[in-house]
Design a protein around this ligand. Structure first.
Ligand code: SF4
Ligand code: SF4
Ligand code: SF4
Ligand code: FES
Length: 450
């Protein structure tokens, strides 16, 4: 038997589903409630395709092939239907993909990841994360307005996480630690401007192995870019020493570098004098934003000098981000109890989603250009309420799209509860022993994680 998919004739066998055939033939079709080799029932409607022979929009994960089908997998009508399905699912989704503190940080710093490491006393890893993102983290604590603390969800429960204090403590803990010099790749580059963008560019280039010289016409390396009166002298000097210990050279010079001295130049200044040099693409004056810009410039120069590399700084910002407003009273009670139980030193709620990288719902929402759902948020589930689900798994109902994969693929484990709009997926306490950890991979969202 033959059918056509996007005007191409393809051979099919009786009993095959459209999604199997389409994917086998190289056509991309999204799916959430379907997984190959697993029990499933169609519910999410993100896999829909159009049969032009009948004019019907049908779920490809359950529709079987039949003679004469003319399938469209990527028309505007199909994409629109999938978009509506995704928006409906997201209207019932009370969760953050990224924590609000990270979204608010002009450098996109993953505060929750730092707090997790800090709370587990993995200080060196926490500091490395901090330096890789912020380069001069303790200095920034004094000159950044800390929008992260202003939006911290912990503020709803009494007081925001003292994010800047955690950072300062981490930097001071590492003061005695010897800094490793990255191996040299023998290529010399220059960075003009000892400002947050320039220092960040220098740091990331040095980490890639470049021999880096920072040039600045001012005699005091960081003045006037970083207001010395706002930053304790020992904080600043500690961080500059760390950069020097990495092998970055600093030179006070009013002269621009000569092209034959360096293989590449980052000009972290406004009014770049040479179009060959890598220059900032932002007019922002926020120190943390400039640090991110420095990383982007370093990646741009690195990509120019080693063409197999691609710049990725700031890519996460392009991903869909689920978010909700304030906590309800019942959420506050639940979170206060969870917090007591957890007893972590930072008091962070770890708001971001454990599956923010692998979540299919987020990936498709991004692919289909969804910014926020056009339907009012209507979830009856409590945000961040987690239940231990056995075998090291966690179940978070507010992220569940009720696809049923965990229900149909566990034996007396997960179950549906209620009907209609208030239907939920639940794991009764007495059934926890009946689930297996492969369900965490099967779950298309962050509702089930290891
Ligand atoms: S489950 Fe997916 S969409 Fe929901 S918060 Fe997590 S990453 Fe975002
Ligand atoms: S509680 Fe933690 S993860 Fe949540 S916003 Fe505050 S610092 Fe960020
Ligand atoms: S928890 Fe179960 S029903 Fe909910 S999204 Fe995950 S697999 Fe689907
Ligand atoms: S209805 Fe087909 S993947 Fe969900």
């Amino acid at each position: 038997m033959n059918i056509t998919i996007n005007n191409r004739e393809v051979p099919v066998a009786e009993g095959e589903t459209l999604i199997e055939v389409a994917r086998r033939e190289g056509f991309s079709v999204p799916s959430l409630c379907y997984a190959a080799n697993a029990q499933h029932r169609s519910s999410c409607m993100v896999c829909v395709v159009k049969n032009c022979a009948t004019g019907q929009i049908i779920p490809s994960c359950s529709a079987l092939v039949s003679e004469g089908m003319q399938i469209e997998t990527d028309s505007e009508e199909v994409r629109l239907t999938r978009t509506l399905s995704l928006e409906l699912l997201l209207s019932d989704h009370r969760a953050d993909c990224e924590a609000p503190c990270r979204v608010a940080c002009p450098a996109g710093f993953d505060v929750a990841a730092m707090n997790r490491l800090y709370d587990r006393e993995r200080y060196e890893e926490a500091l490395e994360l901090l330096r890789d993102s912020l380069v001069i983290p303790a200095t920034l604590c004094y000159i950044c307005a800390a929008p992260c603390e202003k939006v911290c969800r912990r503020g709803d429960l009494g007081s925001a996480v003292a994010i800047r204090e955690v950072k300062k403590e981490l930097v001071s803990k590492a003061a005695a630690k010897k800094i490793r010099q990255p191996a040299s790749n023998g290529v010399s580059v220059a960075v003009i401007g000892a400002n947050p963008a320039g220092l960040s560019a220098a740091y990331h280039l040095r980490k890639q192995g470049y021999e880096v010289t920072v040039l600045d016409k001012f005699s005091s390396i960081l003045a006037p870019h970083i207001p010395a009166e706002q930053v304790p002298a020992d904080t600043l000097s500690l961080e500059v020493e760390a950069l020097k210990a990495m092998g970055i050279a600093f030179t006070c010079s009013a002269e621009n570098p000569q092209p034959d001295e360096y293989r590449g130049v980052v000009a972290a200044v406004h009014n770049n004098p040479d179009p060959q040099w890598v220059a900032p693409a932002t007019k922002s004056k926020q120190p943390a934003r400039l640090v991110l810009e420095g990383r982007r410039m370093a990646e741009q120069l690195h990509a120019a000098l080693s063409p197999d590399k691609k710049a990725t700084a700031g890519q996460d910002a392009k991903m869909f981000n689920s978010a909700y407003s304030r906590f309800s009273d019942s959420e506050k009670r639940i979170l206060a109890a969870q917090q007591l139980e957890r007893g972590n030193r930072s008091a962070c709620l770890y708001c971001d989603c454990d599956k923010k990288v692998a979540c299919k719902l987020r990936r498709y929402a991004t692919e289909y250009g969804i910014k926020s759902s056009r339907y009012a948020k209507s979830s009856i589930c409590e945000a961040l309420k987690r239940q231990a689900a056995g075998e090291g798994m966690w179940f978070e109902q507010a992220k569940c799209i009720k696809c049923g994969l965990c229900v149909y693929n566990s034996n007396n484990g997960f179950t549906f509860k209620n009907r209609g709009f208030v239907m939920q997926v639940a794991l009764p306490e007495e059934s926890v022993g009946n689930v297996t950890k492969n369900l965490a991979d099967l779950c298309p969202t962050g509702a089930l994680t290891l």
